[in-house]
Design a protein around this ligand. Structure first.
Ligand code: EPZ
Length: 425
């Protein structure tokens, strides 16, 4: 059983390049099912969610090869089945991204309801309602979502009742090959959706309104292969920048998109930290008193739910009391009790987190319950006095490439230890 062992108290200093975005790579890999021809993806993050998605596509019949650490070659010319393997799909919520492409290209998709992070219910009703409006029949939606279209999907007008990244991605991918025009309204505007849309256009799709909440898609009969570089990961970028502030260090992320972390940078400035922004880099210097904040998560361009645990780790050492209102996921609070083990004064009631700042955190054994909670606990461990042992590393590895190597390059004392936990004497 792997775990991370962190000796706290070392400020993060230095500069690292951002990796490719997990939440762009996963739908783009799924979208390659639509291509008649080879797809080449650059800057693919080397994380376990990418390996799971690759195995799902291989099981469907897509040829998937990796060249080095960050280049991926995909060929979907010989699909074997429109059923995604249940045991893989249940590992990751984004597995459901294969449904739209399979339905668009082959008129059918059978994908088990996804698993993944325990953030509360992860329904797919908005995805299925969109497929139905595009002309698909929903044969079952129990353990498996089984959707089928008699012929080609038909363009439709879909207005999402709530903003959903997943439903926006799946309906966008399905609509690219529907007959006629599809209007999608109240779409999620996360940069990862923009990157997916840019990739689909490179494959020959016709999409207007990219980056806005209204997407207009003119369906085409075929999509061809393309080459695409994955957009920088704004959540990974934000995690390291918060680490620079929290540890009183000086961290620069290069090859990133400052605009994509604007909401975080506003909060870091509000918290009294020094933030400098360049063309494709951001620098955060800590070492100043951390001011308490009142934060709410929201769909992009609001403050992202995926940086919620990481920002709370910062606020544990703020002067005064901070609050965070979590408006996206109802189950994102398992990390709170782990922070309490480190000496934080934090509690969560009904999506509302209250953090009373303390002078210091102290190392202790903690357990990461999901990807972003894992990021937050690693940050807290970096500033806690003494040793912190973090289990649940399999979650961290889903979303952060080479975490301990990259943190070590910034001066952290962190190592990965395998094997059983030492017996308590
Ligand atoms: C994506 O999840 C991301 N995952 C999440 O990141 C991210 O937190 C989330 O978007 C919000 O930004 C990937 O991109 C792989 P949603 P997704 O559909 O698509 C409800 C990470 O750590 N909903 O925008 O599942 C849903 O329950 C992960 O990288 C429905 O009700 O998010 C939630 O309350 C964690 N019906 C809200 O909408 C549906 O059919 C937002 O979900 C779909 C969603």
């Amino acid at each position: 059983m792997a775990r991370l062992v962190v000796q706290g108290g070392k400020p993060l200093q230095g500069s690292i390049p951002a990796c490719g975005a997990k939440n762009a790579a996963l739908p783009i890999i799924a979208a390659s099912i639509l291509a008649r021809g080879e797809v080449v993806l650059e800057r693919v993050p080397d994380i376990s969610d990418v390996w799971v998605m690759s195995d799902i596509l291989r099981a469907i019949g897509v040829k998937v090869e990796f060249e080095g650490k960050a280049r991926m070659l995909l060929d979907s010319s010989k699909i074997l089945t429109t059923t995604a393997p249940d045991e893989l799909v249940r590992k990751m919520n984004a597995s459901f991204d294969v449904a739209g492409p399979l339905l668009a290209c082959y008129g059918e998709a059978r994908v088990s309801l996804p698993g993944g992070c325990r953030l509360g219910p992860r329904p797919v009703d908005l995805h299925l309602e969109g497929f139905r409006k595009l002309g698909a029949e929903i044969l079952s939606e129990g353990g498996f979502a089984h959707v089928r279209a008699a012929g080609r999907l038909q363009g439709a007008h879909i207005r999402f009742p709530k903003v959903s990244v997943g439903a926006t991605k799946n309906c966008l991918m399905a609509a690219t090959m529907a007959e006629g025009v599809t209007m999608l309204e109240n779409c999620a505007r996360e940069p990862e959706i923009g990157d997916l849309a840019d990739f689909l256009v490179k494959m020959g799709a016709s999409i207007e309104g990219i980056g806005t909440s209204r997407l207009r898609i003119h369906g085409v009969e075929r999509l061809h292969g393309a080459t695409h570089t994955i957009v920088a990961d704004r959540i990974e970028t934000g995690t390291y920048l918060i680490g620079g502030a929290l540890t009183g260090g000086d961290v620069t992320l290069t090859e990133c998109e400052p605009e994509h972390v604007a909401a975080l940078l506003d909060h870091l400035r509000e918290a009294g930290q020094e933030v400098t922004v360049g063309d494709r880099w951001v620098r955060v210097r800590g070492g100043r008193p951390i001011r308490a904040l009142d934060v709410s998560t929201a769909p992009y361009p609001g403050f992202p739910t995926d940086l919620h645990p990481q920002l709370v780790s910062l606020l544990c050492l703020a002067e005064g009391t901070s609050t965070l209102q979590e408006n996206i996921f109802s189950g994102r609070f398992m990390y709170v009790m782990e922070l309490v083990r480190l000496g934080a004064k934090v509690k969560a009631e009904d999506r509302h987190v209250v953090v009373k700042g303390v002078n210091k955190l102290s190392g202790a054994p903690v357990d990461a319950p999901d990807i972003r909670a894992g990021g937050g606990l690693v940050l807290a461990a970096l500033v806690a006095e003494g040793e912190t042992v973090i289990s649940g590393v399999e979650f961290v590895d889903r979303g952060y490439q080479d975490l301990e190597q990259r943190l070590s390059a910034l001066g952290a004392e962190i190592e990965r230890v395998q094997g059983p936990l030492p017996q308590v004497a």
